[in-house]
Design a protein. Structure first.
Length: 209
C-alpha cells in the first residue's frame, strides 16, 4: 500500500513540475524579487522548489540578483541546505522493500559505506547531478543529518557562488541566470572524481590483495 501511495505522490509531483516550469513562472519570480516581502517569498520558494523540480541554481541566482554576492552567498547556502531536506527525509522514511526501492536503498548504502557519509555527500554535490536524487540517496543510505548538512554546504558552495555571482550581475532577472557554464560543469565533475580518488584507490588495493 505504501508503494502505491508513494508512486501516486511521485506521479502527482511530476505533473505539477511539468505544468509549473520555471520559464512559465518568470513573471512571478520577477514580482517576488521586487517585493519588500522578498525574504518571506524566498523562504516559500525554497520550500516548494523540491516539489516543482526547479534547480537550486535558479533560486541562488534570484537571491544574488536581490542581495548581491556578499549577502547572497550565505543566504543561498542556507537555502540550498533547507530545500534539500524534504528529499532527504523522504529517503530516510522510504520503504526498503520492493524491486525498485530495494535496489535504490541497497545501492545508496553501499555507496556511502564505501565513501563515508561526509565525503560521499560532498562528492555527489560537486558532481553536476540533480539535487533531489542525491538527497534521497543520502537519506536512504543512512547518512546522518549532521554529515548531510555539512556535505551539502561544502559541495554546493562552488555552485552557489557561481550562480549568485551571475545573478548579481544581471540588469533584469531572466532564466539564463540559472544556466551554469560548461567549464564549471566539467570542473565540478573533476572535483567530485578527485574527492573520490582515495576511495577508488583503497578499493583497488583491497581487490588486489
Amino acid at each position: 500500500m505504501k508503494r502505491y501511495a508513494a508512486g501516486a505522490a511521485v506521479a502527482a509531483l511530476v505533473a505539477v513540475a511539468v505544468v509549473v516550469r520555471p520559464d512559465r513562472a518568470l513573471g512571478v519570480l520577477r514580482t517576488a524579487v521586487a517585493s519588500p516581502w522578498f525574504p518571506l517569498l524566498a523562504v516559500g520558494l525554497y520550500a516548494v522548489r523540491p516539489f516543482l523540480g526547479w534547480p537550486i541554481s535558479l533560486l541562488s541566482a534570484l537571491v544574488g540578483f536581490r542581495y548581491g554576492v556578499a549577502v547572497g552567498v550565505p543566504v543561498a547556502l542556507v537555502g540550498a541546505v533547507g530545500t534539500s531536506l524534504p528529499a532527504y527525509v523522504v529517503g530516510r522514511r522510504a520503504p526498503a522493500d520492493g524491486r525498485l526501492l530495494g535496489r535504490f536503498t541497497d545501492g545508496s548504502r553501499r555507496f556511502f559505506d564505501a565513501t563515508g557519509d561526509l565525503r560521499g555527500v560532498v562528492a555527489a554535490r560537486l558532481a553536476p547531478t540533480p539535487s533531489e536524487p542525491i538527497s534521497a540517496a543520502a537519506g536512504a543510505g543512512g547518512v546522518g543529518l549532521r554529515a548531510f548538512v555539512a556535505g551539502t554546504l561544502v559541495g554546493e558552495l562552488p555552485w552557489v557562488v557561481a550562480t549568485v555571482t551571475l545573478g548579481s550581475g544581471l540588469n533584469a532577472f531572466t532564466m539564463d541566470a540559472a544556466h551554469v557554464d560548461a567549464t564549471l560543469l566539467v570542473g565540478g565533475a573533476l572535483a567530485a572524481l578527485l574527492v573520490l580518488t582515495p576511495v577508488a584507490h583503497r578499493t583497488w588495493r583491497a581487490r588486489r590483495t
